[in-house]
Design a protein around this ligand. Sequence first.
Ligand SMILES: [Zn+2]
Length: 330
Amino acid sequence: MQTFHELEQTQSVIATILRNSLQTNRINHAYIFTGDYEPLLLEAAQLFAKSLFCERRDQIEPCQTCRSCRRMDSGNLVDYYQIEPDGATIKKEQIQELMHDLSLRGLEGDRQIYVVTQSHKMTPQAANSLLKFFEEPGAGKVAILITNQPQLLLPTIRSRGQLLSFRPADRLLIGQVLSEKTGRDNELTQLAARVYPKIEDAEQALVEDWFVNARVSVLQLMEELANRPADLPLFVQEKWMSQFKNRQDARIGLELVTCFFEDVLHLKLNPSWETITYANSRPLLEQMGGKSQTTITRWLQAVLAAVKRIEANVNPQLTVERLMFDLQKG
Ligand SMILES: [Zn+2]
């Protein structure tokens, strides 16, 4: 994210608040950025920092070309600090070292910005060290604490920072970010963003081939259903069960099927529907959209019921066999 204009597209309130403080030059000494997707929070923090450091800032937006902007982009700006958990926690020593560096470099009035990612992982001792610093921050120093679990921050920390709550990130956007990060195609990243509740899990899935193969199996299953419904049980036995072995995998497989049926239904109801997930399989989606709306709705309900059974600990194989029986009935 390079501009506040971009940030504004999804986080208009946050963008307005940050913009205002830049325009009026009223910068707090501590901010707490909270929201469900930390990478976006971090990008917003870096953008804010970049604007604050920019030597030729036009009111709000960083110029992108001055020495500071270029150093910020390459991660070489010495007055920008960023710390993250060392293992499971952020330790007191990490905060003390940060404070030491800040005091060593910081001449009075010089701008220094430090970002603490996953700040809810600070140990109580680390949080207390930070709190001491908050009491006498010195001019020009700005803290940005990032967290997706603000309730785990010490109340004293929370009360001293300006809390900025980001809107829940939209899945389309997350899909795009994941696509840039992992190099996977947009369809696959949209699917991962849909079926994995946690972004970290989606990202992990995208680097493994299992998820790529899972999409292939789902599309094969849909082909069978469209063209050879009588062969469904055989397909499940020979292919499906070896791809989706355990309960977790079975759930992912069924969620992927759910997304497919949703696409079929969306396209049927509105042929110019743009935001389909299985964008690469439009012909198959349209072919299946040739079925009646009742049939498609039944398919969708059958697979949703199967997901529920998996979650209720019914055996995955039995669940899928029953699902195939329901799908065949149409
Ligand atoms: Zn600049």
